[in-house]
Design a protein around this ligand. Sequence first.
Ligand SMILES: Nc1ncnc2c1ncn2[C@@H]1O[C@H](COP(=O)(O)OP(=O)(O)O)[C@@H](O)[C@H]1O
Ligand SMILES: [Mg+2]
Length: 289
Amino acid sequence: MFGRGKRGERRARTGPVVPPRPDHDTFGTPPHPLHTPRAHTSAVRLDKVAKAYGRGAEAVHALRGVDLDIPRGTFTAVMGPSGSGKSTFLHCAAGLDKPDSGRVLLGDDDLTAMNENQLTRLRRTRLGFVFQAFNLLPSLTVEKNVLLPLRLAGQRPERGRAAEVLGMVGLHAHAGRRPAQLSGGQQQRVAIARALVTRPDVLFADEPTGALDTTTAAEVLALLRRAVDDTGATVVMVTHDPVAASYADRVVFLAEGNLAGHLHAPTPEAVAARMVGLSQPAHARGRAA
Ligand SMILES: Nc1ncnc2c1ncn2[C@@H]1O[C@H](COP(=O)(O)OP(=O)(O)O)[C@@H](O)[C@H]1O
Ligand SMILES: [Mg+2]
């Protein structure tokens, strides 16, 4: 397991490291705003990202020009009513889907300018994914599941890497089992180990606790939190659960395809209160969540 500690202390300690910088140069001239160094480096940046499904009057505008900067080494939760564009956001940010307009930058690399082969390679080597349904391969052992992203990327695993990531998620002793021999929570922890094995620039999680009971969900969320605090991972998680969102450093709210605000150091109560104020898109009203 990773070390333990209170999230508040961690957040203070592991926030973006900004070197001390004088406000004025040696000649006493204030820096030009365009030349001021960025206070942090972005893991992912969305620049006016828009996507619609369908055309003309029937078109559903899932994202309507979203601008968002996700700093490295942070845990971001994305929330919003059903139909607000969360999954579309995640798919565009992770290069699983192309926006109609706007740009998505992973570090300095523009995903929207890449072809499908380049995107596939980038997803295998630089991104990690965790889904609600775990998506482990039932015929492979836990260890082989965890090493699969490296094999798909054509990389030889470092010696002991599987044991190391399985150790991080507390499943070192289960390396030889098959997924069906594990509980749901354990399977999701294997999926997290698999997502971390390549040391991805960003780990994307879509409702990772959606299929888990409260106690097991808390373990999985604590694990994502520790991946950020202890190994400097960047996590972006879609959830509809205010308690899950409260593990993040920041919650980003979507409503009808637009960004509808942020909440730093979220508590479940504050997140729930914010959600009450967000409206569902007209075409999604009356539908099941
Ligand atoms: N493949 C698709 N074809 C048509 N409409 C879609 C498709 N995917 C999503 N949508 C619509 O786009 C909107 C945003 O969807 P989505 O991103 O899945 O929202 P969320 O994850 O917040 O529920 C919804 O109205 C949804 O019905
Ligand atoms: Mg969704």
